[in-house]
Design a protein around this ligand. Structure first.
Ligand code: DGJ
Length: 543
């Protein structure tokens, strides 16, 4: 018998699977490999045949060791994430040229399976935050094989040269071995994505000015780049002639991206998991001059260039450490493109920072992960902003405990563009969202428990709300320290909002199971969310 509580989302999921099977992605569905799909400019990461949402966290850099992993697993459990992002160190993986030590990778696989989480592995190799500190010892001892780049003043810079064939060959060979091992050791796809290098590019110089680089800089810009940027008419021009004031940075970005693109392609040929590169950002609003931020990485101004230079890299992903909405939301906008799935692989895990998870999901993000999960000071010890009377919660768990049980549904809704979010601003306690014939009014602050007592905001802007449109008059809502009410968008109609039914419940195996119906005080003043994880299915009508 059809349950009266059956979610309309079941219908949505069914339609989507038909679209998958019938469209250009049909072949991908047959494969059990994690992969990305794109439809109408939106993206999904398919894991085990359905959209998957990375509700993740990243470990600290030096934590992927047996001595430190117990603390990481404990933190993962406390935060209730479903995915751990964790490094694989080239210096550990290839202790001698051509000899690969897979023990740490295997330890990670075993640990993740025991803790029932997925992994995103980070290939710390030629570039780590613009430097080459993770090169194996045997390579560091041969500096002629891995030269540093040279600044304009002739100074040696602590950043690897992208014009070093022996280094490229060595990185490529190791990455290939790493991916080959994953293919052999991970039939169940515990690893769902791999990051190639880490925040590549160079600090302290906009580009390499070594003799070899100077020669390339004076040579014609590669035609494939000109084509990709719609500049074929400039064929034959050198970098300065074609790109003017952008020439130094574009040259560095092309050089770095070409190198990484080759490493990525070699690994992908072994085992075609989704691959991504992360970016240390430039200011997305002021767009400062090149040279004032890490140069050559996938910053927002060179995304087209990176796409052309490194097609084996599926996603260019922003590491967002900006804790103000104007910057944060602008970055989300810039990296969310039809040719680029939005994925935030590193960000702030503080009580205020974690509210942006909802903003990312509303823009269709395939994942979102705060950095430094095993450092309490980065996340857990910072419950600031919790109002009196509300329990302090691990800030990352605020999102995960409510989203994880319905992760598949949220991923599907994000893929279909049905999500919207409101995140609290410091001095702005009220926001409205346009939901078709409805307008949602969201106010921030702990529940006030009375009519006319509008919330006055939280001590810190930690409030967040996520709403999914299930049908014209039906919504799925969750929130934290906020309140939502609805009104008819067409004010002149005179129609008033009526809550036909408000069910609090949870998803089980794709079906929404109500726990209770909210009514009376729980609905008469709008729908109030405190710090408890609550999910509501709301059916609206008018009178
Ligand atoms: C960004 C890098 O990608 C991370 O590996 C780490 O170094 C953080 N910055 C800073 O802690």
């Amino acid at each position: 018998m059809k349950s009266p509580f059956r979610s309309t989302l079941n219908g949505i999921a069914f339609i989507a699977s038909v679209v998958f099977a019938g469209g250009r992605t049909a072949q991908a569905v047959e494969s059990a490999l994690p992969h990305l799909v794109q439809q109408d400019g939106r993206h999904a990461l398919i894991v085990d045949g359905a959209p998957f949402l990375i509700l993740g966290a990243q470990s600290n850099n030096s934590s992927a060791w047996p001595a430190t992993l117990p603390k990481v697993w404990a933190a993962i459990e406390a935060a209730q994430v479903n995915t751990l992002e964790v490094p694989v160190y080239w210096e550990q993986f290839e202790p001698e040229p051509g000899k690969f030590d897979t023990t740490l990778v295997d330890t990670l696989l075993t640990g993740a399976r025991e803790h029932k989480v997925r992994l995103v592995l980070l290939w710390f190799a030629t570039w780590k935050n613009g430097s080459a500190h993770y090169l194996p010892l045997w390579l560091k001892r041969q500096p002629e094989l891995c030269p540093r780049i040279i600044g304009k003043d002739g100074r040696r810079i602590d950043s690897p040269s992208p014009h070093a064939p022996a280094l490229l060959e060595a990185d490529l060979r190791a990455f290939r071995a790493f991916m080959r091992h994953l293919k052999e050791a991970d039939a169940q796809h515990t690893v769902i994505m791999v990051q190639v290098e880490n925040e590549p590019g160079s600090w302290d110089t906009v580009r390499d000015f070594s003799p070899v680089a100077q020669k390339l800089f004076a040579a014609p810009v590669p035609v494939e780049l000109l084509k990709a940027l719609g500049k074929e008419s400039r064929t034959g021009g050198d970098w300065a002639a074609v790109f003017g004031r952008d020439a130094d940075e574009f040259f560095q970005a092309w050089s770095v991206a070409r190198f990484i693109g080759q490493v990525a392609a070699a690994g992908k040929a072994e085992y075609p998991l989704p691959l991504y590169c992360n970016a240390a950002l430039r200011d997305p609003l002021t767009q400062p001059a090149a040279g004032s931020y890490e140069s050559g990485g996938p910053t927002d101004n060179v995304l087209d260039l990176w796409k052309a230079a490194a097609p084996a890299v599926d996603v260019l992903a922003p590491d967002i450490y900006m804790d103000d909405s104007a910057h944060y939301l602008k970055v989300l906008e810039l990296y969310n493109r039809p040719d680029n799935a939005l994925f935030v692989p590193e960000t702030i895990g503080s009580p205020t920072g974690t509210r942006y998870c909802y903003a990312a999901l509303a823009r269709g993000a395939i994942g979102w992960a705060p950095f430094g999960i095993d450092s309490p000071h980065r996340t857990i010890d910072a419950p600031g902003g919790t109002p009196a009377g509300e329990a302090a919660v691990n800030p990352i768990a605020i999102n995960c405990r409510v989203l994880n049980p319905m992760m598949r549904e949220i991923a599907q809704l994000a893929f279909e563009g049905r999500l919207q979010a409101a995140v609290e601003e410091k001095d702005e306690h009220r926001q409205t969202l346009a939901l078709g014939r409805w307008q949602a009014v969201v106010t921030f602050g702990p529940p006030t428990g009375g009519y006319g007592k509008n919330p006055k905001g939280n001590p810190e802007p930690v409030g967040r709300l996520l709403v999914a449109t299930l049908a014209e008059n039906e919504f799925l809502v969750t929130g934290y320290l906020c309140r939502i009410d609805f009104k008819i968008a067409e004010a002149a109609s005179g129609a008033q909002r009526e809550f036909l039914r408000v069910e609090e419940g949870r998803y089980e195996n794709g079906v929404f199971r109500p726990l209770r119906i909210w009514n009376g005080d729980e609905t008469d003043w709008g729908l109030n969310f405190g710090s408890a994880p609550q999910v509501l299915r709301v059916q609206l009508g008018t009178y």
